[in-house]
Design a protein around this ligand. Structure first.
Ligand code: FES
Length: 577
């Protein structure tokens, strides 16, 4: 890479001026005791921080930011930390996903509007990763991601328990009478034992792996535990490295190539990643102006074996994953089997293959060899048919093999409130072969596309020992969840998608191998039902919700706002003093 040290810094449009406005730009900054020579043209590095006490997964980010700053200072840069909207998955209502695009706007405008030459993105809890990367991609400055890392393994009754994944299990056990409320509350304390994000291969860990696969992080970012000293060393090294990226003008668009997105799809298959990754990946690609479609997920991920044996698909947790070799070991296995674009550039300055070709695997139970995978065909299955003409997704590694080809009678829930009221009714007509259908939970219907697709099973069936049923919705599912769950059906019911036309008793056919999702009802009958269909009531809204409802796209387009797609660059905005 050529050294472009002599190129004028973007930040000099503020700090390099010898006039009244230069005085203003520097003088107020000097109120922190910053010496004059810091404004001499050295790279100004923004540290985009999603620290918030309302986002417990990111609660250690002040320390992480300090480590980044040390690295930036050492490399001759000038670090300036700034906050952006933080999206805590556990507390934020109605769902953090509703605000992912809003947070990305905050990131984009904060970067563009300030004297920043390069940026470090501190990402952690699920939506903070896509929102920061989307915002940065729309600006196209040099950028490097530092993830917060996963929590230590959860512990309960002498065994490991996983964030979220075991909550779903425990909750079903309580309903089925297999677990007491006292035990349930005891497990609560053992699940979240340290700072960091969910330590299963849920959405946060999937997205941390995705950004490493995209080349946006230094190696080992995905799985290093949040409280491992080496996480702080990685933050420190990232601070140093981003200064080089600015000096060499390696902007994020040089990293986010079609090859990088293909690598990320394959990595998702190899790690048994979350279905949420599909939506975020498509949204990031839309910002980077790289053509990626939902079908790419099926085509590229179909023959990728799932190598990482982590919950919710498997047995282990993120701490185990790191000790077993972390993501570089997975990348190496993919690279040795023709499933990686080896030449894709990463922020380390090396290619992805140069980063991983000698990466060891220390535990082949956690990171399995390709000859002994957890699932031979991992990845995400993209289903189509008259029930989802624009596609729906299913994660085969989290589904039950005996339900992958299934015909069953529909039991329909019009929304999540209807589901809650009806599922508890002891008189509900349902058996284990039925297909539970939930609608009006998509990007518009919910709104925000709630993570409710993994509907709990009817209590009476749980007591009989039923552990899985086919479920179909236009909703999302937590990355920590599991089951034979068809998600993201497009177009969604609230905008007139075919899910709106299903009635109790209709026969639905799912064939994952054939990638088919079909409602066994004639076209004529569906047309008649469509003519009788009325959209669900319009939400009384104003503010951001109104903007969102007018502009949100469907899941197959990443559920971004239509006017946010694309890269608007980092031209210095006009001043108004
Ligand atoms: Fe924050 Fe799972 S709730 S990562």
């Amino acid at each position: 890479m050529g050294d472009k040290k002599d190129a004028p810094r973007r930040s000099q449009a503020w700090f390099g001026r010898q006039d009244r406005d230069g005085f203003i730009y520097r003088s107020w900054m000097k109120n922190r005791g910053i010496p004059h020579d810091q404004f001499d043209g050295r790279p100004v590095i923004g540290i985009c921080n999603t620290y918030s006490e309302l986002t417990p997964c990111n609660s250690h980010f002040r320390t992480l930011a300090e480590q980044v700053k040390i690295g930036v200072w050492e490399a001759g840069g000038f670090p300036l930390e700034f906050p952006v909207m933080s999206l805590g998955e556990t507390l934020l209502r109605p769902t953090a996903m509703l605000f992912r695009n809003l947070a990305s706007m905050d990131v984009e405008e904060s970067i563009r509007g300030n004297p920043i030459d390069g940026v470090v993105l501190l990402c952690g809890c699920d939506k903070t990763t896509p929102s920061l990367v989307m915002g940065a991609a729309s600006c196209d400055l040099p950028a490097i991601v530092v993830s917060g890392g996963p929590m230590l393994n959860g512990k309960f009754c002498g065994r490991d328990i996983g964030s979220g994944t075991d909550v779903w299990r425990f909750s079903e056990d309580v309903k089925a009478g297999r677990m007491s409320m006292e035990q349930f509350l005891e497990a609560e304390g053992g699940m979240s034992r340290s700072a960091g994000s969910c330590m299963v291969m849920g959405t946060a860990s999937t997205m941390a792996s995705m950004v490493e696969a995209l080349g946006l992080t230094l190696p080992y970012n995905a799985a290093l535990p949040a409280v491992d000293a080496r996480r702080y060393a990685l933050a420190h090294a990232s601070g140093r490295r981003v200064v080089d990226l600015v000096q060499q003008d390696v902007r994020i668009s040089k990293i986010l190539t079609r090859e990088a997105f293909e690598n990320a799809i394959r990595v998702n298959g190899a790690i048994g990643g979350s279905t949420n990754a599909v939506i975020h990946h498509l949204a990031i690609a839309g910002r980077a102006e790289i053509p990626v479609s939902l079908d790419d997920w099926d085509t590229l991920g179909r023959d990728v074996p799932t190598l990482v044996d982590l919950m919710p698909s498997g047995r282990f947790l993120m701490e185990d994953f790191h000790y077993a070799g972390g993501l570089p070991a997975v990348l190496r296995a993919l690279g040795e089997n023709g499933l990686l674009h080896r030449d894709a550039l990463t922020v380390s300055g090396r290619t992805v293959w140069e980063n991983c070709r000698e990466a060891p695997t220390w535990n082949q139970d956690v990171i399995r060899p390709p000859a002994r995978p957890l699932t031979a065909h991992g990845g995400i299955a993209v289903l189509r048919g008259n029930l989802a003409p624009d596609g729906a997704v299913l994660k085969p590694s989290a589904a039950s093999p005996h339900l992958m080809r299934h015909r069953g009678r529909a039991v329909v829930f019009d929304n999540i409130e209807h589901y809650k009221a009806r599922i508890a009714d002891p008189g509900i007509d349902v058996d284990p072969t039925c297909v539970l259908v939930l609608r009006n939970c998509g990007p518009v219907g919910s709104p925000g596309m709630a993570e409710v697709g993994n509907l709990g099973l009817p209590p009476a069936l749980l007591r009989q020992g039923v552990t899985d049923m086919v479920r179909i919705s236009d909703a999302r599912m937590s990355g920590t969840a599991y089951g034979t769950v068809v998600l993201h059906a497009c177009p969604e019911a609230a905008v007139g998608g075919p899910l709106a036309l299903v009635r109790d008793g209709d026969i639905i056919e799912l064939d994952v191998e054939a990638r088919r999702l079909r409602l066994d009802v004639s076209d004529e009958m569906l047309e008649r039902r469509r003519s009788e269909w009325t959209p669900p009531g319009t939400l009384q809204s104003g503010g951001y919700l109104q903007l969102y409802l007018r502009h949100v796209m469907q899941a197959d387009k990443g559920a971004d706002l239509d006017f946010l797609r694309g890269c608007r660059g980092h031209a210095v905005p006009r001043e108004s003093h």
